[in-house]
Design a protein around this ligand. Sequence first.
Ligand SMILES: N[C@@H](CCC(=O)N[C@@H](CS)C(=O)NCC(=O)O)C(=O)O
Length: 214
Amino acid sequence: MTSKPRLFGADYSVYVRIARLALAEKDVGYELVPVDIFDPAGIPEWYPERHPFKRIPAFEHGDLRLFETSAICRYVDEAFDGPPLQPGDAAGRATMNQTIGLLDAYAYRAMVWGVYVERAGKASRGAASDDDVIAASMAVAETCLASLTRLMGSAPWLAGERPTLADLHAAPIFAYFTQAQEGAALLDAHPPVAAWWDRIQARSSFEDTRPTAK
Ligand SMILES: N[C@@H](CCC(=O)N[C@@H](CS)C(=O)NCC(=O)O)C(=O)O
């Protein structure tokens, strides 16, 4: 297939950045088609056909249309040349998918919305933070970081000896979480995850997908 993939979404989005990281790691050229879910005018009227739940991202490559970031990333990894982003063995893939599931089910909501948006996001808009929401979210974040620490063991990456989709799924969440003072302090209390955070930030894909300042 020769056509260039198209990714629909906005660069500030955690999930759009995960897909962009996968495309960047595989060195795949693509078009980012702007869809801003926070646009006061609403999303484009054609977008629900791309994503029935009106979330971002959505993806297209030739005749293939996808939504759900994990499906997009696995397709990008398997359909294009470049370094594999999934372990070669079943147990390694299961462990990687467990970490991705943890990030989707528990980390994203608590660490991005419950801590970053509630603390740093609201402060930047001059709004008051809800300390009860932050405390409850930090308890979940603590379990997330403790679990990631245990699952990493002595490996440099979240799912083994080389970067995988699990690292790409986590990085945009941590990019927001560590902007809140509580987030940065919790990361410091988990040295293996803090060392991973230094490693993932040093990758060119991380820099290349940095959201543009608004
Ligand atoms: N399960 C979806 C989640 C995507 C998602 O929640 N994206 C956020 C932006 S980071 C969004 O579109 N939020 C809009 C909303 O919640 O209405 C995926 O894996 O792609």
